[in-house]
Each structure stands twice: as C-alpha cells, then as structure tokens.
Design a binder for this molecule. Sequence first.
Ligand code: KG4
Ligand code: ZN
Length: 357
Amino acid sequence: MRILAIETSFDETAAAIVDDGTKVVTNVIATSKEMHEKYGGVVPEIAARQQLQSMIPVLTEALLSSKNNTVLLNSNKVFASIDAIAVTIGPGLIGSLLVGVETAKTLAFVTKKPLIPVNHVLAHMYANFIDSSFVIPGVTRNPSSSNAGSPAWAGDDKKEIQFPAISLVVSGAHTELYFMKNIKDLQWLGGTLDDAAGECFDKTARLLGFGYGGGVAIEKAAARGNIKLPRPMMDESFDFSFSGLKTAVMREWKKHLALAGSNPANAFAYEIQEAITDVLVEKTIRAAKKFNAKSILLSGGVAANTRLREKFPVAIHVPPPALCTDNAVMIAAVAYFRGNPVDWHEITAIPDLSVKY
Ligand code: KG4
Ligand code: ZN
C-alpha cells in the first residue's frame, strides 16, 4: 500500500511517499528554522506563512523525485500509484496545521483517494518501523527489509522490534511514555506536567547564550565540569517535569556569572544534558521492567541526542537522526499501521489534539 503523507504541524513542511509503512519512496522537508533564529524561538505567524509558501513546491518535489517512479508527475496519472493520503491534524500550531490539512483535503477531493488523519506525536514512534525488521504476530516479514549492516545510530545489532514494547517520544513539545502491546494497541503511561525535554534543552540553551536550536547546541558544547543540577521527578510515576530544572539552571547560572571571569557554559551544557537524559533513561527503564517489555523505542527530536542513546543500559531502537526530527515519512508509517480513513469533510486541524491513548 502506497501512502502520500503531508506534515505541517510546526516549522517544517514535509511530504513523503512510503510503501507499506516501512519503505521510503520519497522524503522531502523544508524548514523555516532560520527565519525564527533572530527571535530566539518559533514565531507562529511566520511559520504559517512559510508553510503556505513551501507546501506546493515540497509536494511537487515529493511526487517528482521518486526513485522507483522517475517522474510520477509526468502524466495525468500522477496519483495513480497512490492508495491513500495521510495528513497531520494535530497537535501543533493552528496556522501551520491548516496548510497541510487543507492541502490534503483538496487532494482527497480531487483524486477521490482515502484520507487518513494522523496524530503527530504518535507518528514519531512509528519512525522506528521504517526499514527496520520487526515482528507482527502472524506475519512473516520479508528478510530483505531487515536492518542488517545498519548504521551506528541504531541501538545495537539486534534490529528486531518485538512486542510488548515501551516507547518514549521526546520532542520539542512532548515527552510521552507509551506501552505498545502490539503495533496497533497503545496505552499512554505518562508525560510531562510542564516543559517537554526538548523545550528544556531549547530554553536553557538560550539562557546560556547558545541561541536557537537548543538540543544540538547543548550536545556540541557539553564538557564535564563541576556544576551540579537536580534530576527532577525521579519518583515512581511515569510523568516528567522539566521546568524546575530550567529554574535551577537560571539560578545557578546567575551565581556563576557573578564570579569574576567565570563562564562555565560548557559545564552547564554537560550537566543539563546529563540531568535530562538521566531522568528519561530511568523512567523508560522502569516502565520497561514493569511491563516486561521486549523492546524499547525512542523517537522525537531529542532522540537524536547521542548521550541519551548511549546511556541506556540495554539495546534500544532509535530512528536515524533525520527521522527523529519532524518529517512526513513517519506520518505515512502511522497511517499505514493504525490509521483509518475519514471522509475529508469531517477532517479538521486540532491544535490541542490529545496524545493520551
Ligand atoms: O520532534 P521535533 O523535531 O519537533 C517537535 O515535534 O517538537 O523535536 C525538536 C526538538 C527541539 O527541542 C530540539 O532542541 C530537540 O528536538 N533536539 C535535540 C537534538 N536534536 C534536536 N535535543 C537534544 N539533542 C539533540 N541532538
Ligand atoms: Zn515532532
């Protein structure tokens, strides 16, 4: 089954074509990140306008650049090989979401293809199934799609994803832990009560003077020093809280700046990364033990962090960095594995779409 997917929830405009939820045919992403740099964060109005400008060029490129179908757009049969269209309906910024949703609805209307609405946060975890080998009870997967000889970013050499699994989604706006009974049935275990892990990276990075694009900047700058920060909410629950850590960074940073000639930004970066990753690893492992998980899946922008991946004491599954951050491939994947087509008249953008399943 071939799905054309569209993602416009935040500051990325993305379109992709994916076969059977696992094989990438095309994957195109345009970002408005640089436009937000001077403001130190994403400006929703700018993001939405940029979505409008990028949507059609991105979609066209996704349809044109297919490896297997050299020029999909080359005839009236442009959509002939596509079985369904999938689109992110939330959560996200309303102005950004609307661009993708209305584009997808128009395509569904014109082509009469089924339209599958997708939850962006759930989609992140399905990036793990792209080109990986995994076990669906009763289904034998083609060995040619296994991940043999896969690159170093993957947790270890055992690429078989087995269920039940624990799935941690860590992005700029979300820190959510799920129990995956199988590829379809999910149970939300907990999430952040305030700031998300990525948000904490972004806000503390700005404070330290690293500017926009926090997580990557902190990872690059991190160098061991003698700064100590708290590990918030290391309790029995599967919830997270990172705003206290941000406040602690603010307080300690001011103290250190007051010391003449002291600028320990690298040591702060190191300790912020350690604190965030300690909490994420601890809670995920605890959930994995409690639910006898056979696999642990990470996803979302923060899953691109090397320190987080290496800190896990057991093998984990992580998408390649380009599929950790926002993309449309994951939208097609979740649509394939657990999506249901809905009449396009009924589909609407939902900025605060719940992630609790
Ligand atoms: O999933 P994503 O692209 O967008 C959302 O859906 O939010 O995640 C973006 C988040 C940002 O907070 C960014 O700072 C963080 O992912 N991030 C990282 C790294 N790369 C991206 N955080 C830590 N280390 C990284 N290498
Ligand atoms: Zn995301």
